[in-house]
Design a protein. Structure first.
Length: 121
């Protein structure tokens, strides 16, 4: 956890003059760990996005924690070699049997219904 910068936890830097009730980490669903808090926020966004796209979503918070242990979570990101969650079969929903954690570049090379391959000219 050395050098980890939480993305969604309140800090003085993100809000110099906090208003309202301050966050209480002991009351978070994910617990007081800032990495787990970021994981829960990402899980919530992932689930909401799947619902928006009308995709079946059967993952629970416990499933998400087993998919993303801390050491794997810290390798997640937007770079080509960073890890992302991908479905094995895009026609099926988000289930534990249909998931893999792979580098983003590998994920982007996979053909999907929303990202069809164009023939090279």
């Amino acid at each position: 956890m050395i050098g980890y910068i939480p993305k969604y936890v309140y800090t003085i830097k993100t809000s110099p003059k906090p208003q309202g009730i301050r966050e209480d980490p002991s009351k978070w669903i994910s617990g007081p760990d800032p990495i787990d808090h970021d994981k829960y926020y990402a899980y919530s966004k992932h689930k909401s996005q799947a619902k928006f796209r009308n995709e079946d979503y059967e993952l629970t918070w416990d499933d998400w924690m087993s998919i993303w242990p801390h050491d794997i979570w810290l390798q997640r990101g937007r770079g080509s070699d960073d890890l992302c969650l991908s479905r094995l079969d895009f026609s099926e929903g988000w289930t534990m049997d249909n998931l893999e954690v792979i580098p983003r570049l590998t994920h982007l090379k996979k053909p999907s219904p929303k990202r069809p391959r164009r023939p090279k000219q």
